[in-house]
Design a protein around this ligand. Structure first.
Ligand code: UDP
Ligand code: MG
Length: 173
């Protein structure tokens, strides 16, 4: 009987593990990029984020120092578009005063995927119509993707990014 229960338990485990994964409560970092702020898309973006049913647990205007920008995008430092990306995220192309940006943390079930879904694909030309990037993104004549928002792409990046942009006590527990 005991063995039967154990084997059954083992057989059942992957299913429970899948359910647990499916129900993961996650936090994700969102940045309204300088083109989003410049084009007055902050309110629209927050509306769409709220419509996901996720909870806003962190929000602040923050100065994107050169150091913060390079750290945030450190995994892309060998890409040809990296230096342009640093200028873009610091607001140099949009005349953003003091390099300010709105940083948000949303929390909820599968928050990372849910926010990526409403954001759309990285390349605005490939982003589905109706997504934020598909509706409002553009590629500049120099090839820079201006795609309105940043959204963490996976749990590892999300944890790293939330910790980089927010102090612990700036996030609702
Ligand atoms: N980017 C770009 N050209 C590219 C790829 C990316 O200008 O060919 C910019 C774009 O603004 C993008 C950011 O670099 O959002 C970060 O790239 P990543 O691959 O992490 O895309 P994301 O996670 O933002 O969708
Ligand atoms: Mg990314």
């Amino acid at each position: 009987m005991f063995i039967y229960q154990t084997i059954e338990g083992a057989k059942m485990f992957p299913k429970f593990a899948r359910i647990a994964l499916h129900m993961a409560i996650e936090q994700t970092l969102i940045l309204i990029k300088p083109d989003g702020a410049f084009r007055k898309l902050t309110g629209l973006t927050i509306d769409r984020l709220d419509a996901t049913g996720l909870e806003m647990v962190g929000a602040k205007m923050i100065c994107v120092t050169e150091r913060l920008a390079r750290e945030h995008y450190s995994s892309l430092s060998d890409k040809p578009f990296f230096e342009g990306l640093i200028k873009y995220i610091r607001g140099d192309y949009h005349g953003i005063k003091d390099n300010r940006i709105l940083a948000l943390v949303y929390r909820g079930e599968n928050a990372i995927k849910a926010v990526r879904a409403i954001a759309g694909a990285t390349n605005p030309e490939q982003a589905a119509p109706g997504t934020i990037r598909g509706s409002f993104g553009r590629i500049t004549t120099t090839g820079q993707f201006e795609n309105v928002i940043h959204a963490s792409s996976d749990p590892t990046d999300a944890a790293k990014e939330v910790a980089l942009w927010f102090k612990k006590d700036e996030i609702i527990p």
